[in-house]
Design a protein around this ligand. Structure first.
Ligand SMILES: C[S@@+](CC[C@H](N)C(=O)[O-])C[C@H]1O[C@@H](n2cnc3c(N)ncnc32)[C@H](O)[C@@H]1O
Length: 218
């Protein structure tokens, strides 16, 4: 098991791992591996767009010095659980609007002290910005038509000046009517016009054919 340039992420062959904050416990049926006294959880890039992004060339400093995270669209907590592993000392606010998936997310947070889930709509950051404050990392994975707009509203509300943001754009949720290239171009322009230019981007194929990851800095 080798450490990688991404803080808290390990690699064995082509597989990524994080150190399991809850030894013996699986969150989504992932493989557990023990090396000496440390237990690692395999991070599946077909189940987590963030793992896919790392394998597709995410910047090495993505998690460096990150003390606080605002995560939009937590769902059952698959990716959230790995962030919780790799940033044990950070505070990770997780916004999720579906009460159905909020229940397992809450159960996960009760076992992991760095997770703070909020049942809220990411389109209304004014409802939680006072609780969240300024964060070093904004991560968004919500399949909505106005994904870039939601991201901009949250970045303006909560992203620190020296922080960075990751938008997992689901191209087909924006529109079925224009080409993928056109939708990606429009989203990139909207982010730049909104004051958050894209510093790097990567399509997530073959792990997810519908998504492109954008990294922005204010
Ligand atoms: C693709 S899933 C997220 C998967 C998760 N990020 C992971 O990797 O484990 C998208 C989630 O976003 C949530 N969502 C969609 N629109 C939202 C909104 N406006 N506010 C908060 N959550 C939203 C959905 O309920 C769903 O759980």
């Amino acid at each position: 098991m080798e450490p990688t340039d991404w803080t808290g992420v390990y690699r064995e062959g082509r597989d990524l791992y994080t150190v399991n904050a809850e030894p013996g416990v699986r969150v989504y049926g992932e493989t557990l591996r023990s090396v000496g006294s440390v237990e690692y959880r395999q991070w599946d890039p077909f189940r987590s767009k963030l793992a896919a992004f790392l394998l597709r060339g995410a910047p090495a400093d993505l998690f460096r010095d990150v003390r606080s995270v605002l995560y939009l669209g937590g769902a059952h907590g698959t990716t959230v659980s790995h962030l919780s592993d790799l940033l044990p000392d950070a505070t990770i606010f997780v916004i999720e609007k579906s009460p159905t998936v909020f229940a397992p997310l809450l159960a996960l947070a009760q076992r992991r002290r760095n997770l703070l889930p909020l049942l809220a709509d990411a389109q209304l950051p004014e409802r939680y910005r006072a609780d969240v404050g300024e964060v070093d990392l904004l991560y968004q994975d919500v399949a909505q038509r106005n994904q870039a707009g939601i991201f901009l509203e949250n970045a303006r509300a909560c992203l620190a000046d020296d922080g960075h943001g990751v938008l997992m754009l689901k191209v087909r949720s924006v529109t079925q009517r224009r080409s993928s290239a056109q939708v990606i171009h429009e989203a990139r322009n909207e982010l730049a016009r909104g004051g958050f230019p894209v510093r790097s981007e990567a399509p997530l194929a073959p792990f997810s054919r519908e998504h492109v990851a954008f990294v922005v800095r204010p």
